[in-house]
Design a protein around this ligand. Structure first.
Ligand code: DX5
Ligand code: ZN
Length: 217
């Protein structure tokens, strides 16, 4: 089993001091910074965009994992890449039949790419593009807000994606996003996820270091 990486979602950080929040993630043992970009159209919430990624790039050397919950992601991927994203993930639900082209566009910018599916989208919808991906992101809540409950039916999809990824001759990460806690993380990892997003669990913890350690252990 690959080393598990913890990717705290800055959706749950204090936006008025984002630079310090991201520095605290590095100081407390996080591996990746998960950046939830929301446009108020694809999801019912608005967060931040390219300028945030550009400014955070100057504050951290942790990989910036940009999860685009926006319509027409193809219009913005080049600017997110230029801003300093290390990986850009795009939703099947936003790209539909163009998913392959959008993933190739991300790759052409020199940045890693990933496909994301919502809890009610079957793995089959992205099966043909998984070999192109550096990461597959499975949503375990409906996107839009932090602090929701993990949807247990997604556990089977983790196993399905893990089986596909292991059958391929390529390093592809399996990332899970939504409702991860210290109580369910062991089962999630056993199912085959190796990149764990955690927003409220990390940012609301009294001791962020202890929480990141327990998610990783
Ligand atoms: C939801 C976001 C998640 C969210 C996770 O739309 O994609 O990254 O911040 O937050 P928690 O860990 O609190 O469920
Ligand atoms: Zn996310």
């Amino acid at each position: 089993m690959k080393q598990v990486k913890i990717a705290p979602s800055i959706l749950s950080a204090d936006f008025s001091k984002m630079g310090e929040e991201v520095e605290s993630l590095k100081a407390n043992g996080a591996d990746i910074v998960h950046c939830d970009v929301m446009d108020g159209v694809f999801v019912n919430n608005i967060t931040f965009g390219i300028k945030m990624v550009e400014d955070l790039r100057k504050r951290t050397d942790l990989p910036l994992d940009c999860h685009l919950m926006i319509v027409h992601p193809e219009k913005y991927v080049e600017r997110f890449a230029k801003a300093g994203a290390d990986i850009i993930t795009v939703h099947y639900e936003a790209c539909q039949d163009n998913l392959k082209e959008v993933l190739e566009l991300i790759q052409s910018t020199g940045v890693k790419c990933g496909a994301v599916i919502n809890p009610d989208t079957p793995v089959e919808k992205i099966a043909d593009v998984i070999p192109l991906c550096d990461m597959v992101l499975l949503m375990s809540v409906f996107p839009g807000f932090g602090g929701q409950k993990f949807i247990p039916e997604v556990m089977d999809k983790i196993r399905q994606v893990r089986a596909i990824v292991d059958s391929l001759d390529k390093e592809i990460d399996v990332e899970i996003d939504g409702g991860v806690t210290a109580d369910n993380v062991a089962e999630i990892k056993a199912a085959g996820a190796n990149v764990i997003v955690a927003g409220s669990a990390v940012f609301k913890a009294a001791d962020r270091r202890a929480m990141i350690e327990s998610l990783k252990a």
